[in-house]
Design a protein around this ligand. Sequence first.
Ligand code: NAD
Length: 620
Amino acid sequence: MSVPQKYRGRPIEELISAGYYDPETRTVHAITGTELHVHSRDWQLEGPLRMLFHVLDPAVAKDPKNLIVYGGTGKAARSWDDFEAIVDSLLTMDSEDTLVIQSGQPVAIWKLGKHAPRVLMSNAMLVPKWADWKIFWELEAKGLISFHQMTAGCWAYIGTQGILQGTYETIGAAADRHFGGSLEGRLVVSAGLGNMGGAQPLAIKMLGGVALIADVDKRMIQRMIDTGYLDTWTDNLDKAIDMALDAKERRQATSIGVLANAVDLLEKLVKENIVPDILTDQTPAHDPLSYVPQGLAVEQAEQLRKSDPEKYILLAKETMKKHVQLMLQLQARGAVTFEYGNNLRKQAYDAGVEDAFKIPGQMEYMRPLFEEGRGPFRWTSLVGDPNDIYKLDDVLITLFEKKNPRLVRWIKNAHQYVKFQGLPARVVYLGYGERALFGKIVSEMVRKGELSGPIWFGRDHLDSGSVASPFRETEGMLDGSDAIGDWPILNYALNTAAGATWTCFHHGGGVGVGFSIHAGFGMVVDGTELAEEKALRVFTVDPGSGIVRHAHAGYPKSLMVAREKGVRIPIIDRLEEKSKRVIEEAYREGRISRFTYERVKKDLEEYEARKQNYRAPFNT
Ligand SMILES: NC(=O)c1ccc[n+]([C@@H]2O[C@H](COP(=O)([O-])OP(=O)(O)OC[C@H]3O[C@@H](n4cnc5c(N)ncnc54)[C@H](O)[C@@H]3O)[C@@H](O)[C@H]2O)c1
């Protein structure tokens, strides 16, 4: 490719001429192969470079020309100039340098030595009193800050597979609780076929159910058809409903997209008294400027968003109000209803729907995983070899064949259904101990040449110990510590001190500015002793901080896991007393459901029964 004058002589020139970046069309492609591009010849710098290119590959990113990776407006870098400056930096840094990034803009390079991370990021942070969208957008317009969701700015997004796994686990847990573990002959209704919401149809199908999903944007529907995540679609609401009911009747696992506003679909269901078995939503309600108001086609919405954003927000909020009112009506008629972490209930509540929070959040189903430090661990082949991912699938199947059939079923399903986007990747919910064990095996395989090249590891920020988000991950904590922000900061500090290849601290992911803070990391396992040493520390403290966070909130299962896996908690004896107290308080004060109450009480009984085997924390 010919290199425009402006780029001649710059380090990035090589990547432009190799066709990985076209500055004229703003097209970025994932870098593959074993040839290193960074001048340091160090995978600890090549890894972040490749993950940055990967998240912006057109097969991965939602709107790559605007640097938007997913989730409304979550960006990989603040601007194209910043992207280019980050690339030049990574290409020319040496193995002891650390690049500092503030809201997607590279601000400094320091020499911190081999044990430090190679990139440190803080994205979209605001002082709490100023932390709202209005101020954020004012500052963004001045070019001072930008929005990076969870894994966009942290270069850890792997396409819809990441959320496919989360959706599979969450809806699977709801199916376990309400329908004996299977969705066969069940109808699941939702909306939003975006980068994350697009996982819904396939996850529901994998669990045996019928998915009926509305989206206002034909391009998004088509994209899901093209990736094989959605089976069929129509623009006719009646036809879509008939197809879904017919498939339900025949107990056929399938997915149907319908080109419609979520509210139009729900209005029709209410009117015709068709009650879904499960009802949720993944429209971008966290950001009223992305959520499309009823009555507007996508093109009209795009225009109004630009010409009169205030009017747009008013209309969006009106629609969200209606949206939640309709969900409440269907819930009252028997639909198992929950919010999928997009802040829809809060938006409706603020618009006057007082009982919006009668709808539970997704943590009703996911919290048990977090209590034992389990969460969305993921990896990519940095050289782009799908066979490396398949080899690692086999390693996990062998490791977990007997111990964890659900995990093995996921890997087999993923192998069958998931089309890789950008660098080949896999996500698996692994817990404490399991991540470090797997990391060690992978490191040895890279070292011995059993894989084609290094493996990048990371995770969603939506994990056990890395996020404070009172309307999502930390909603309804037993001890009421939902809004305590120390935990994700400690998680960030731990992963930084442990030597992750890069670490990121973000604000506003998932539920929007003002509502969450969260941390993530990237770890390149390149077969060197040093990388292995760091990886084992990161893969231990990271899920471990989730166990610690939940133990301190009084979850008996976390106390049990901490005791049995040797996580050292100095005041664990005091936490046992706290656990008994907060379980009762949380239930009395209506912060947890009857189901959660009974579940944690059972865990407490089990803990008490096993307690005689545990040593006091400081006995040797
Ligand atoms: N808690 C979680 O685990 C979790 C997981 C996935 C998504 N989410 C949340 O779900 C939301 C969606 O995420 P995404 O990455 O898919 O967003 P996205 O911006 O990529 O896609 C949103 C989709 O919704 C469609 N849409 C917008 N308004 C609509 C309306 N009124 N009716 C029907 N369709 C409409 C858009 O056309 C688009 O296709 C976000 O708020 C995200 O934070 C949370």
